[in-house]
Design a protein around this ligand. Structure first.
Ligand code: GDP
Ligand code: MN
Length: 349
């Protein structure tokens, strides 16, 4: 019998794969992954998922960051999977350690308290360095200096649908600075004094507040209290220049001085989210409703049948978290005046 199809075309000329040609003008953008050497196995599926659904067409670079040197095994294994150029950054010690003003005994005592209260990651010291790093330092790494846009990828995630357009070009051309897939409320135990700290910053620096911002999304009482809503930052497509802005740098410095990364357990998700909600005009924040995303334990699974078939999604809509009452995405749609997909009410429980 004859072979069913011709052998695969050579790189750069396959119409079916939709691969871009050698003259394609990429945006200055990269994937970025913070990981330990021990995360390697869990990371491979994430990379494969991104490559299969998106990057095999575009070959964007991928930057890996670590507070320890990456092993040769790590570097060669991920490089074999990434279709763009891989780069590896060793995080400087001053980006992953206690600042001088932190009382480490007080920090240890607070970790002990949080263990007793069974707060998730409440007893972990590395987790706190990780959250502080993702808040204030990932975008300062030298290996990222040449890029404008990034897509953050963590181990053990899944992409459920074809991403059949250049996401980075979309961000640039539509003027978006922050993109997300999943939203939810933060545990109050991890951020008891975060909002007061944010308020003192705003009070001293009102000039940084964007006109037409998303305050309404993170506060139900015009800024008096935080409603805990945040973008889940294990997925982010964003503009690095937003984090590099004076507003965000000053904001981070103010939070860092207050010590809540160590005395409490402030996450980079609420920190990024509050900044994006306050310092960006709302039209610069984008919901990626067509990507399909999973990070334990939540799924973003498009419920719109047209999207599901067009993008070849493989998730189960009954798992979708987007339209659940506990998610903050319905509120985001209402505030932004966006049209919800048909049938969303059936998922709103
Ligand atoms: P979770 O998603 O909040 O449960 O936290 P993860 O364990 O997934 O950590 C968030 C990200 O930081 C992931 O990309 C991890 O690989 C990375 N990460 C966490 N802790 C460390 C650490 O101590 N060192 C390094 N290099 N990466 C870490
Ligand atoms: Mn994770």
């Amino acid at each position: 019998t004859k072979p069913k199809s011709a052998p695969p075309a050579s790189k750069g000329s396959s119409a079916k794969s939709g691969e871009v040609g050698p003259d394609y003008e990429r945006v200055k953008a990269t994937f970025v992954t913070l990981a330990r050497n021990s995360d390697l196995d869990e990371l491979l599926g994430s990379i494969r998922s991104i490559e299969d659904r998106f990057n095999h067409r575009y070959h964007y670079d991928w930057v890996f960051l670590n507070d320890q040197p990456f092993s040769e095994e790590f570097k060669s294994t991920v490089s074999a999977l990434v279709s763009g150029t891989t780069k590896f950054g060793l995080i400087p010690q001053e980006h992953w350690s206690y600042p001088s003003w932190i009382d480490q005994e007080k920090a240890a005592a607070s970790r002990q308290k949080m263990i007793e209260k069974k707060v998730i990651y409440g007893g972990s010291e590395p987790y706190r360095h990780m959250c502080r790093f993702e808040s204030g330092f990932f975008w300062r790494q030298e290996v990222l200096a040449e890029y404008d846009y990034y897509w953050r990828v963590e181990p053990s995630i899944k992409i459920y649908c074809d991403v059949d357009y250049d996401v980075f070009k979309f961000m640039k051309e539509s003027g978006k600075d922050y993109g997300f897939t999943i939203t939810l409320p933060e545990y109050i135990e991890t951020v008891p004094t975060l909002w007061d700290t944010v308020k003192s910053f705003i009070h001293a620096n009102p000039q940084y507040l964007a006109e037409n911002n998303l305050m309404e999304w993170i506060s139900n009482d015009n800024g008096a209290t935080y409603n805990m809503c945040h973008f889940w930052s294990n997925f982010e497509v964003g503009n690095l220049n937003f984090w590099r802005s004076e507003a965000y740098q000053k904001f981070f410095e103010h939070l860092d001085k207050a010590g809540g990364f160590f005395y409490e357990r402030w996450g980079d998700a609420p920190v990024h989210s509050i900044a994006a909600a306050l310092f960006l005009p709302r039209e610069k924040v984008h919901f990626f409703g067509d990507v399909g995303y999973y990070h334990v334990p939540f799924h973003n699974c498009p419920i719109d049948q047209e999207v599901r078939t067009q993008k070849k999604c493989v998730c189960n809509t009954k798992d979708d978290f987007t339209w659940k009452k506990y998610s903050c995405t319905t509120k985001f749609f209402d505030i932004q005046g966006l049209t919800k997909p048909q049938g969303w009410e059936a998922f709103h429980n």
